[in-house]
Design a protein around this ligand. Structure first.
Ligand code: GLY
Length: 188
């Protein structure tokens, strides 16, 4: 669990990936972040969706798992839980990268030129990050973090905060962290 948490935290801090710093932008030009973590031995899990001020959403997902009676928290409530539990918060500027901003502008322009239709190009690489680990005792753990999809709207959540879709771990079966178009993972 520690290896998964640390690895995902590093990837969130790296601006190359669509998670934490470097996350993609929503239609309104914000960063809304999702993350989840699961322990295969106990089947304990934690997830957060649509957080905007939490530097490392994977740390908040782990806190949800370990310090709350719940599995999934979203939006302002999740941020309130972060503040109450000493999880580091940042201004929205922390997440900004020029490349992700330019991608949003390109998609908005494309959208304008195609009257009324939302652009969802399946060739875009989303760059969600994840990690799966197996320890010497056979314990599995998995974690995932993402900014979701560029130009997402309406508080869209993908598979990443959904246990059993974006993240899953069971010592008797497998551990999985998914990347790709979240709607498909949720359906299947
Ligand atoms: N797999 C990440 C997302 O669709 O949000």
């Amino acid at each position: 669990l520690d290896a998964v948490t640390q690895t995902v935290q590093w990837l969130e801090d790296c601006p190359l990936f669509n998670a934490g710093r470097g996350a993609v932008f929503t239609h309104e030009g914000r960063n809304e972040l999702d993350a989840s973590i699961m322990e295969g031995r106990t089947q304990m899990a934690g997830a957060v969706g649509g957080v905007t001020i939490v530097k490392n959403p994977i740390l908040l997902a782990r806190a949800v798992m370990e310090k709350s009676p719940h599995v999934m928290l979203t939006g302002r409530g999740a941020e309130q839980f972060a503040l109450e539990n000493g999880i580091e918060t940042v201004s929205s500027a922390w997440f900004y990268t020029e490349e992700r901003w330019n991608t949003l502008q390109k998609m908005l322009e494309e959208e304008k030129s195609k009257t009324g239709s939302l652009t969802h190009n399946p060739d875009y690489k989303f760059g969600t990050v994840g990690c799966v680990a197996l320890d010497q005792s056979g314990n599995l753990a998995a974690g995932t973090s993402t900014g979701g999809m560029t130009n997402k709207r309406w508080n869209r959540l993908g598979d990443t905060p959904v246990i059993g879709a974006g993240t899953y771990a069971d010592n008797n079966v497998c551990a999985v962290s998914c990347t790709g178009h979240g709607e498909y993972f949720i359906r299947y």
